[in-house]
Design a protein around this ligand. Structure first.
Ligand code: GLN
Length: 192
């Protein structure tokens, strides 16, 4: 059974832990570089990316996280997606740069900043044809690099993408009962 860490400095890490367990993983909370060494893959949850970044720096986790992602799968959701992107706008902010994306924070505007929608993932993703997705003050992916595959879009923007072993959702798959996106991530972990 793959051992998957959830970065547990801030945000909704507890919901991810439960979703990973229901998808069949051994899920543990990670707060230190030593904890990172114990896991095969990592989820960076939603929350508030600026706060999470400060805590990552305070725990001296920035470089260990970057190095982890160079060989192991990382799944970032919402704030986690912002932390994994190569470039962050609105405002600019430091990021791990593991996935070749440009993201604009809080880009859906105030009136529709949180909503539940039905996604229709690309058939090649092997995800269900209808997938409920919860967006909470989500970023918009403004640019995808050549190595990025779009798995689902909403309103003309990619919202679920993969780049090799890494997975990114701008929404919160841990807040809906369907664990298929977590299972997709686990498939990446077991494929090595
Ligand atoms: N708006 C948050 C940020 O910019 C992300 C929101 C979320 O993770 N739900 O970090």
């Amino acid at each position: 059974m793959p051992k998957v860490g959830v970065l547990a400095l801030q945000g909704d890490f507890e919901a991810h832990r439960r979703a990973l367990e229901s998808a069949g993983a051994d899920a543990v909370e990670v707060r230190t570089a030593a904890g990172l060494n114990e896991v095969d893959a990592l989820v960076i949850p939603g929350g508030e990316s600026t706060t999470m970044l400060k805590l990552i720096e305070a725990e001296h986790l920035f470089e260990p996280l970057r190095q982890f992602g160079q060989t192991k799968p990382v799944f970032g959701t919402c704030a986690g997606a912002i932390l994994l992107a190569r470039e962050v706008l609105s405002p600019q902010q430091q990021s791990l740069g593991l996935v070749d994306l440009t993201v604009e924070r809080n880009a859906y505007g105030r009136q529709i900043d949180s909503r539940i929608v039905t996604l229709h993932p690309e058939p090649a993703s092997h995800l269900p044809g209808n997938l409920e997705a919860v967006f909470i003050r989500a970023p918009i992916i403004r640019r995808t690099g050549a190595a990025v595959t779009v798995l689902a879009s909403y309103g003309g923007h990619p919202v679920l993408i993969e780049q090799g072993r890494h997975l990114i959702a701008t929404f919160h798959p841990e807040l809906t009962p369907d664990a298929s996106i977590h299972r997709l991530f686990l498939a990446k972990v077991t494929q090595g």
